[in-house]
Design a protein around this ligand. Structure first.
Ligand SMILES: CC(C)(COP(=O)(O)OP(=O)(O)OC[C@H]1O[C@@H](n2cnc3c(N)ncnc32)[C@H](O)[C@@H]1OP(=O)(O)O)[C@@H](O)C(=O)NCCC(=O)NCCS
Length: 155
């Protein structure tokens, strides 16, 4: 298994892995309709566009992409960053891959230069992120209108 930076040639396979994860894992917490909308917003084209402004990584194992995650500036700020698009293929969850993704992102320059790091988290992943020291932004524990929880960590 290796974690490396995303190339545009990875876009279709990464998007398909995300769509599978949304349909199998996240659908336990959200409606199938919302998950299809979310999958559209993470199409191959959208991932390529995202990789233009964030540092986006993929986890590759035996020639297949089984995970991904990115870090970028929080609304263009230099001292605040955000983690985005962290997914592990359902059949590979629970093996420490999510932890490896977080550790990789927390070694990235966008993490190291930030005083505060935010995560727009799915309900599915809130307790996962809490294990790494992220907690509800300003103590506010409710999700927004799209069911996203705002988490943050100070450095
Ligand atoms: C959340 C996700 C990325 C975790 O990846 P993973 O590879 O299964 O996580 P790991 O195996 O590395 O787990 C690391 C630690 O977190 C714990 N953990 C994992 N998922 C957890 C959860 N949902 N709730 C609480 N703890 C969790 C593990 O038990 C492990 O603890 P340990 O180190 O003490 O043994 C993965 O389940 C996933 O892709 N979920 C669906 C997509 C999603 O919601 N992504 C986030 C979008 S914001």
């Amino acid at each position: 298994m290796q974690i490396r930076r995303f190339n545009n040639a990875d876009a279709a396979e990464t998007s398909a892995m995300i769509t599978e994860t949304l349909r199998i894992s996240n659908v336990k917490d959200y409606t199938p309709e919302l998950m299809e909308e979310c999958a559209k917003s993470l199409s191959p084209e959208k991932l390529t566009e995202r990789a233009g402004w964030m540092h986006f990584y993929v986890v590759e194992d035996g020639g297949s992409i089984i995970g991904c995650g990115g870090i970028g500036p929080y609304w263009g700020k230099e001292d605040e960053s955000s983690l985005f698009t962290i997914f592990v293929k359902p059949t590979e969850q629970g093996r420490g891959i999510g932890r490896s993704i977080i550790e990789t992102l927390e070694r990235d320059e966008f993490f190291l230069r930030a005083k505060r790091v935010e995560i727009p988290s799915s309900k599915t992943a809130v307790n996962f992120y809490k294990r790494f020291g992220y907690d509800h932004k300003k103590g506010f524990e409710e999700p927004d209108d799209e069911g996203i929880y705002r988490l943050e960590k100070f450095r």
